[in-house]
Design a protein around this ligand. Structure first.
Ligand code: ADP
Ligand code: MG
Length: 387
């Protein structure tokens, strides 16, 4: 009975989303942190309705009033935030291609929102999403649905793709400490390709199986995945924070469900994307250093391409420039009428950040006007279902 009710509720939810079809935008303002200095005056004021916010400048004047699908005040914890995205995330199980982004300046809480930290309350959307999907898969298992699931994790830096799980075994074995242990998989050349159905995929990317029959094992495998990704990142760069703020990371889950009664096969995807810092980089400083200049151009390029894709969708252009950056080409299926997208805009509450926050909110406002059309459920029928 409970399962039936739950399925019905999800069906209704998906129908409502299909009707709406636009990109949802959630704004999350982080609390003041010890490093923020005297945190008395917040530049951001979230209304009690949880949907609008105002931003103040140094003179105390409200600069603008913005409305979004959701506006989280600094007091909203990881659990409250996840509750608002859990059904969205879960629609990947129903065969949708789903994407969540976190957008904002460095230090605004993007990684905290997507990944979080530790094993408790501070966990972010990635571990909570996987945990919830594993729970749901076990419930659906009692109703003739068998799921397989795999995880990939990549980084886009200077318009180049990098596999963050290059050290792992195919079933999520704990990662060895260095890439030396796995010379075959060291630095594979990654390219975005299209399959027979016209869907984007990354050739040569590691895909780690996540066990769907044993939730504890599945969560252990996820933990190995996260640790391995962190290690790959830190091995590769001397200044991890600097690089992570200049790269996009995309955590991908691929889900395939098979109905043993009627042979239906559904395939869904969940992409959780922690974007590069949106702050304008110092061009004069970058000019002095060829590496910085290349980085600056690459970050500006992929974030501005994301903006171009959204504007093009918003104005109903028939040509959408997905191919202009790796990020938009990779996520094309989620950013077209076919998929579902949700963007978190992360804000720092400080006055020093008010200008960047205003830029982020203006970007977000444009994004929230984008209509994606009706998302597609990816279902096929296979012969000989019942065995
Ligand atoms: P970004 O990824 O946007 O650069 P982080 O997620 O790393 O920013 O956040 C910067 C710092 O602020 C981190 O120390 C993080 O733990 C902390 N932080 C961010 N958001 C919150 C929040 N909602 N509650 C508590 N601490 C937060
Ligand atoms: Mg970060």
């Amino acid at each position: 009975q409970v399962i039936k009710g739950e399925k019905l509720r999800r069906k209704m939810h998906n129908r409502i989303q299909e009707l709406r079809g636009n990109i949802r935008v959630f704004v999350r303002t982080r609390p003041f942190l010890p490093g923020d200095g005297d945190g008395v005056d917040s530049a951001v004021d979230v209304s009690p309705d949880g949907q609008s916010l105002q931003i103040y400048d140094k003179t105390g004047k409200a600069e603008n009033n913005f409305s979004f699908d959701k506006a989280f005040p600094p007091s909203s914890g990881q659990d409250a935030v996840f509750e608002e995205v859990s059904e969205f995330v879960q629609s990947a199980l129903d065969g949708f291609h789903v994407c969540l982004f976190s957008y904002g300046q460095t230090g605004s809480g993007k990684t905290h929102t997507m990944q979080g930290s530790g094993n408790g309350q501070m966990r972010g959307i990635i571990p909570r999403a996987v945990e919830q999907i594993l729970e749901q898969v076990n419930l659906l298992g009692g109703q003739n649905w068998k799921y397989t699931m795999s995880a990939s994790f990549l980084e886009i830096y200077n318009e180049e793709l990098k596999d963050l799980l290059v050290n792992m075994g195919p079933n999520g074995e704990a990662a060895p400490n260095t890439t030396k242990n796995n010379p075959n998989k060291k630095n594979p050349k990654l390219a975005i390709k299209r399959n027979a159905e016209g869907k984007s995929f990354v050739d040569n990317l590691s895909a780690i199986n996540i066990d769907t029959t044993d939730a504890d094992l599945g969560m252990q495998q996820l933990e190995n995945v996260m640790n391995s990704a962190a290690r790959t990142r830190s091995v590769a760069c001397t200044n991890m924070n600097a690089q992570s703020s200049r790269s996009h990371s995309v955590f991908m889950l691929h889900l395939t469900g098979y109905n043993t009664e009627d042979g239906t096969v559904i395939s869904g995807a969940l992409n959780l994307c922690d974007l590069a810092g949106s702050e304008r980089l110092d061009r004069s400083g970058a000019g002095a250093d060829a590496k910085r200049l290349k980085e600056t151009q690459a970050i500006n390029k992929s974030l501005s391409c994301l903006g171009d894709v959204f504007s093009s969708l918003a104005s109903g252009n028939s040509h959408v420039p997905y191919r202009n950056s790796k990020l938009t080409y990779l996520l094309q299926d989620c950013l077209s009428g076919d998929g579902k997208a949700l963007m978190f805009v992360n804000l720092s509450p400080t006055m020093q950040s008010a200008h960047e926050s205003l830029c982020s909110l203006r970007f977000a406002q444009r994004v929230s006007q984008v209509e994606l059309g009706k998302p597609t459920k990816h279902v096929q029928y296979k012969m000989g279902g019942k065995k």
